[in-house]
Design a binder for this molecule. Structure first.
Ligand code: SF4
Length: 352
């Protein structure tokens, strides 16, 4: 591993100043960063350890009813916070679907947003990769594309963002609070991650020194608590990244959908909000016909980036299933190991 400078600042302002120099990176749990450094994929000159900064490990309900999650809150602590899980059960379900218990105990909310793609060619320093080495080419093209994008990809990069947590967050209009050289600012999570275009190495809107200090969920998002699910299809039941995932949230009045929120994971280099599909659900009757239509609309612009056309049909079916299960009602308790999306549920007829 390349040598680097290690700094442990005492305030956010000191951290921002220390991380503003070229080649600096923030270190929190390091569950992704340290692996990347060990593999020679990245080699920061300076690590700014933020794990001891005060006040960033709290979950708070603000005066307007929104919930502010500090960037250093651990994934497991957030998932098991009873009040949080009651208001935002699909977020808890997504957190518990991610990684392993050990990783969830260490990994932080801020780090989850910044985790890198799991494209195998990005991690293999012998492979050409525009994200790791701009202009080098993309060895994934024509290679193993099972986990690669079907939406929003470019000729330069077909990778996906691997987060589970970000999928319901983006569906529920989460906002990212950022502290930077020019002060405090807020960015909707939907606008936080960037699609690859011709600069796949630029993954977010963060500028040098910018630090995520919190993620906020609006009070309005809790209205979906009774009818919401996160479903994840993966190659094994635990400790695997999604092939495709979906977060669905419905606000129902009887069988009429007042409002819907829908997002997909692992289909693009950002958590993918299905705006047009949501619009199609608003005012519709809750049921298979509406869910099938929404799924068609959500994937209307999808195209394979290799040998992965199956992901388009899989994504349609996961949307239908997530909506069907959401309409049936959120379970009273989020299972510590969320069930397979293919499990049958008593009393629920799954159409896809
Ligand atoms: Fe690199 Fe993106 Fe190509 Fe993967 S898909 S090899 S991350 S450029």
């Amino acid at each position: 591993m390349k040598s680097f400078e290690y700094i442990r600042p005492k305030t956010v302002q000191d951290a921002v100043a220390a991380a503003s120099m070229p080649g600096a990176a923030y270190l929190a749990a390091g569950t992704n960063l340290v692996d990347l450094m060990k593999g020679g994929v990245i080699g920061p000159d300076r690590l700014v350890d933020v794990t001891h900064l005060p006040g960033l490990d709290r979950i708070e309900t603000l005066g307007d009813g929104s919930v502010r999650i500090g960037a250093l809150v651990r994934n497991a602590d957030l998932a098991h916070d009873a009040a949080f899980a009651r208001s935002f059960p699909s977020v808890a379900e997504a957190l518990l679907s991610g990684a392993s218990a050990q990783l969830r105990n260490a990994a932080t909310v801020g780090g989850n947003l910044l985790q890198r793609t799991r494209c195998a060619y990005f991690y293999d320093v012998a492979s050409a990769c525009n994200k790791r080495d701009p202009g080098a080419g993309c060895e994934a093209r024509g290679g193993d594309t099972r986990l690669h994008a079907v939406l929003g990809w470019s000729e330069s990069c077909i990778a996906t963002h691997p987060s589970d947590f970000c999928v319901p967050l983006v569906a529920l209009d989460a906002v990212v609070e950022i502290e930077g050289q020019t002060g405090h600012r807020e960015v909707p999570l939907e606008a936080f991650h960037r699609l690859p275009g011709i600069t796949p190495d630029v993954e977010t809107v963060l500028a040098p020194g910018d630090m995520i200090v919190a993620v906020r969920l609006p009070a309005e998002a809790a209205r979906f608590a009774k009818h919401t699910r996160y479903l994840k299809v993966r190659d094994r039941t635990s400790y695997a990244f999604a092939v495709v995932s979906a977060a669905a949230a419905l606000h129902l009045d009887g069988d009429r959908i007042i409002a819907a929120r829908l997002a997909l994971g692992s289909v693009a280099m950002k958590p993918w909000r299905a705006w047009a599909a949501e619009d199609s659900l608003a005012g519709a009757v809750s049921g298979p016909e509406s869910f099938r239509r929404a799924a068609e609309i959500a994937l209307a612009d999808a195209k394979p980036s290799g040998d992965n056309a199956f992901k388009i049909e899989l994504a349609r079916r996961i949307i239908i299933r997530a909506c069907t299960l959401a309409a049936a009602g959120t379970p009273d308790r989020v299972s510590a190991l969320p069930a397979s999306p293919f499990a049958s549920i008593p009393g629920v007829h799954l159409h896809a």
